[in-house]
Design a protein around this ligand. Structure first.
Ligand SMILES: Nc1ncnc2c1ncn2[C@@H]1O[C@H](COP(=O)(O)OP(=O)(O)OP(=O)(O)O)[C@@H](O)[C@H]1O
Length: 659
């Protein structure tokens, strides 16, 4: 039989697997031998049973990889199933990833000529991909692979998207995807979708990563990375600190890291930047960064060993966990909805804790105990949280978040934190808990009405004091939080927390609840139980609301993120009674929705009171004194004040009758 030179066998028996050389969230990569061709290859093995929900993503990755034909893009020779695994056969890149090489031998980053050479090759790959209509969406040192001869290839198309896609696939471009440190602000914001320029931002971040040995913000928890990316000035090379780098390098990075994607250059234009004149040959790379390195499998093992040590030494502290995942070079550092929710939930809990300690309503002790006994590494809490010192830690966390808010609000149509909350759909539970609360308040409240309203009042004081922007309702994975919510009722405006609140159809509600019950989203895969960030989330295409992705989570954004009206006057008059330390810095637009919501709630409470009074009137035979038609009136405010007056009259009347 004639042997087809170009074809790779698709029978697992034709391959011999050797050692493990890499590990991602979704796959393990082995060095292998293709027996009939006597050729060393790399085989990426994906467990389809674990990823049966992401077949589309896998198919896309394999399809993209096999259709691609460019020297700087890693292509697949072939792929086939072996039992419940999918094998993707590809060229073996003996040098491993730029991240691995850096972590192994250049922890402080590479020298400029090496960086220029690596980036030049990656940029050529991007020019090709963009011209073909692909957005890579995960450009980072971990996805830059180098072969034994110093050839550089961009890998990992698991999350790539095609600009020419339409319908559901097109919608994936309105999703949150990538790894947070490298993620462009417009990808996080998701107001107008994004395009190729998102890769240019990631390219700029990758340049910093290669220069410093780590990406900017890489030691921070994901929530903080999001906020910092949205609010801080773009990261860059510092003229003082980064003296060893040339002016043209600094300028090149600065052109990529512009927040407005329209102002970033295209990949083609960037390729003409003078910085890339410093790029050298593949041989240069091989000689400078590969020489003397032990075989990839050994290095991989060594890095894993370091990771284990790291874990032991640092006892799983969240910051170190992030670092350790980063060192490992896998997407363990990718977004994890659980983490974000836990962090946000913590903030809410701290609010409740504060309420408790200010002596208003005693609901917090058990919760506090439960929460405090939870391993902070498991929750990956913000590093400055310490349950022992309530006031200072709370203020610390809040201040921390507050510091991240504000200055760039004007750069974005909505408040960044709110936008984030909206993105994460963090309060799916609220439908349930909120309605529970309503039932409770009507029929069988755990608190006497007076106490309940005190609690509300107190809460409103807190929020009026400026804390709204930092509070959120969460957490399917923390029953305590749910309980706390249940007890205290929800005071935040639904629309502020999640645009999905506005979704009314039963189906969508059901699907949201389903996601919620599963902890975060339905399917979650833990490659390693300690790896909290290895999440697989469920993809639903309905209305483009929910999405999936191996490891990296991806959330489809709703059409609109709630816009917050701004009115300084309103804040000034409403916040009045109880100024808190951080009130002054609070953005008026952040408080307004809460105030509106509280007003609405008050009106509703009054409505309920009137109904109760009506009921008392009917059952006790008191003659009718004219409870108003609550639906009458043109504006909510006149309704509220009208109702108030009538209530007052009614109560006085009742008192007179019974005294
Ligand atoms: N062809 C290859 N040759 C050598 N090593 C490779 C090859 N492909 C991948 N690797 C190594 O395996 C690691 C994991 O591979 P890959 O990134 O494809 O998996 P993944 O699960 O998609 O990753 P991610 O964590 O980014 O989702 C890479 O970071 C790299 O170090």
């Amino acid at each position: 039989m004639e042997h087809d030179e170009n074809r790779f066998p698709t029978n697992p028996k034709d391959y011999k697997l050797y050692e493990e050389v890499g590990e991602g969230v979704s796959a393990t990569v082995y060095r292998a031998l293709c027996i009939p061709r006597n050729q060393t290859v790399a085989i990426k093995v994906l467990d389809l049973e674990k990823f049966n929900n992401d077949l589309d993503g896998i198919r896309r990755e394999v399809q993209t990889m096999s259709l691609i034909d460019h020297p700087n893009v890693l292509r697949a020779f072939c792929s086939f199933t072996a039992g419940h695994n999918l094998w993707v056969v590809m060229p073996f890149m003996a040098g491993g990833s730029a991240l691995h090489i850096m972590k192994y031998a250049y922890p402080e980053g590479f020298d400029e000529p090496v960086i220029a050479t690596l980036l030049h090759e990656v940029l050529k790959a991007l020019v090709y991909l963009h011209a073909e209509g692909h957005i890579h969406r995960d450009v980072k040192a971990g996805n830059i692979l180098i072969d034994a001869k110093g050839a550089v290839k961009l890998a990992d198309f698991g999350v790539s998207a095609c600009m020419f896609d339409t319908g559901d696939r097109q919608r994936t471009r309105n999703t949150f995807v990538g790894t947070p440190c490298w993620m462009a602000p417009e990808v996080m914001q998701q107001l107008h979708g994004y395009d190729f320029k998102a890769d240019i931002w990631s390219f700029g971040i990758t340049a910093l990563e290669l220069a410093h040995g780590h990406a900017p913000f890489s030691k921070y928890p994901p929530m903080k990375v999001l906020l910092m990316t949205l609010q801080n000035a773009p990261p860059g090379l510092d003229y003082e600190r980064d003296k060893r780098f040339s002016k043209s390098f600094k300028e090149m990075v600065a052109t990529c890291l512009v927040k407005d994607p329209k102002k970033r250059p295209t990949s083609e234009k960037l390729l003409k930047h003078p910085f890339f004149k410093h790029a050298r040959s593949n041989e240069y790379l091989a000689q400078t960064i590969l020489e003397g390195l032990s075989p990839l499998g050994d290095r991989f093992k060594a890095l894993k060993g370091r990771e284990a040590n790291f874990l032991l030494q640092n006892n799983g502290e969240s910051e170190h966990l992030s670092q350790q995942k980063y060192i490992r070079g896998i997407s363990g550092w990718n977004f994890n909805l659980d983490e974000l929710k836990a962090q946000a939930a913590l903030i809410e809990f701290l609010d409740a804790d504060q309420d408790h300690h200010s002596g208003c309503v005693d609901v917090g002790d058990d919760l506090k105990k439960d929460y405090a006994s939870t391993d902070s590494s498991v929750l990956n809490l913000p590093e400055n949280v310490n349950f022992a010192s309530n006031e200072s830690s709370r203020e610390g966390v809040l201040q921390d978040l507050q510091d991240l808010e504000g200055p760039l609000t004007s750069a974005f149509p909505s408040h960044p934190l709110q936008a984030l909350k909206a993105c994460f759909d963090v309060c799916e539970d609220m439908n349930t808990s909120n309605s529970n609360w309503k039932v409770e308040s009507n029929l069988d409240s755990s608190f006497p009405p007076q106490q309940e309203s005190e609690l509300r009042d107190h809460k409103s004081e807190t929020y009026n004091g400026g804390d709204m922007g930092k509070s959120t309702f969460i957490s399917s994975n923390a029953d305590n939080i749910g309980r706390q919510k249940f007890l205290s009722g929800s005071l935040l405006p639904e629309h502020v927390l999640s645009p999905s609140r506005m979704v009314d159809t039963d189906t969508e509600r059901r699907s949201q609840r389903e996601r919620n019950h599963s902890g975060t989203l339905l399917f979650r895969h833990m490659k390693d139980s300690s790896n909290l960030t290895s999440a697989v989330v469920h993809e639903e295409s309905s209305e483009g609301k929910v999405t999936q992705r191996k490891g990296r989570f991806q959330i489809t954004f709703p059409d609109s993120i709630p816009k917050v009206a701004s009115s300084a006057n309103c804040v000034a008059s409403s916040a009045g009674g109880s100024p808190r330390r951080f009130a002054s810095a609070v953005n008026a637009s952040a408080i307004l929705p809460t105030l509106q919501f509280l007003r609405h709630q008050n009106a509703k409470q009054k409505e309920q009171l009137v109904k109760l009074i009506k009921c008392v009137e009917q059952t006790s035979g008191i003659c009718h004194i004219g409870v108003p038609d609550l639906n009458a009136g043109d504006s909510q405010s006149s309704l509220a004040s009208g109702t108030e007056r009538i209530l007052q009259t009614y109560i006085t009347n009742l008192q007179l009758r019974y005294s």
